[in-house]
Design a protein around this ligand. Sequence first.
Ligand code: PMP
Length: 362
Amino acid sequence: KVNRAYNFNAGPSALPLPVLELAQQELIDFRATGMSVMELSHRSAAYEDVHNEAISNLRDLLSIPENYEVLFVQGGGSLQFSMIPMNFLQAGQKAGYIMTGAWAEKAFEESKLFGDVYEVASTKAGNYRSVPSIDELKYNATDAYVHLTSNNTIFGTQWKQFPNTGDVPLIADMSSDILSKPIDVSNFAMIYAGAQKNLGPSGVTVVIIRKDLLEKANKNIPTMLKYGIHAKNNSLYNTPPTFGIYLLGEVLKWAKGLGGIHALEKQNEAKAKLIYDAIDQSNGFYAGHAEPASRSLMNITFTLKDEAAEKRFLAEAKQAGFVGLNGHRSVGGCRASTYNAVPYETCKALSDFMVQFQKVNG
Ligand code: PMP
């Protein structure tokens, strides 16, 4: 039996074992090419198949409409924080940011370098325990765009419903919950996500962008930072991260094999429930950070009564084979990231461990 950790890392994070096994099997001689995917030319037919298959499988899984482009770019979610205002924030216009956590703050700070931006709403006063209610959002009909973070990786909150911003382009950072549940892509002008949580390894960033937005984009920016260039060249303007895109493609095939987006959602709900139940049935021994209505199904954040108890919990969890349960350094406490590839059994093992730890220490 292979040695696989109970991996709750926040990203990079667990990948599906069958995908890793396939990659291992194909590593030396990929589809009878006599070389690995890493050694193929990105202009070869063998690579183009990998590339186009990944795009088409993502289109299927997320039901992406025809009038959207699917791009693979580099620079992580973080470069998107700069590319979005560079491309879409025009002089005389404003852009609104919905502040729901540390990543939203980073996106907002970066956008200030490029133009006139403001906060549409913020839940910072409540230590980002929730996302704002949709009716609270006040933005201008003339805004270049409104930006939100669909899942807040560090605080463990997630939007359950998205605002409909009408003619104002809505741009969403879905780095930590893309492909975890069905979404209505047509509600967004653009969606972006670093691959390293639900989609594959780090090094690839997926951008789903409505075509009309590309036409309106600013022209005076570096070539590599123009969405239009990547769209026009099918994300092959320069050398893409070929191995990452290959693995991402295999993750998508795996997701399809499980039954697609609805099956993933059901599995994610069941996994998160195991851990939230351990919290909710603990009589306060464990306290969830997020308000129940805003709870994330991807990042489950909780605390124990004091730092000493948390330290003991984390030390014993580590001893028992659990990895990645420390809360983010800016928040403390504990966090279990239960992305698509984290098996149900792994979540069951954690919830059993939590119950057992409470029995001994409660
Ligand atoms: N947005 C969110 C929601 C994230 O969780 C992260 C990374 N954890 C980022 C953006 C930044 O991504 P990257 O490290 O790929 O730049």
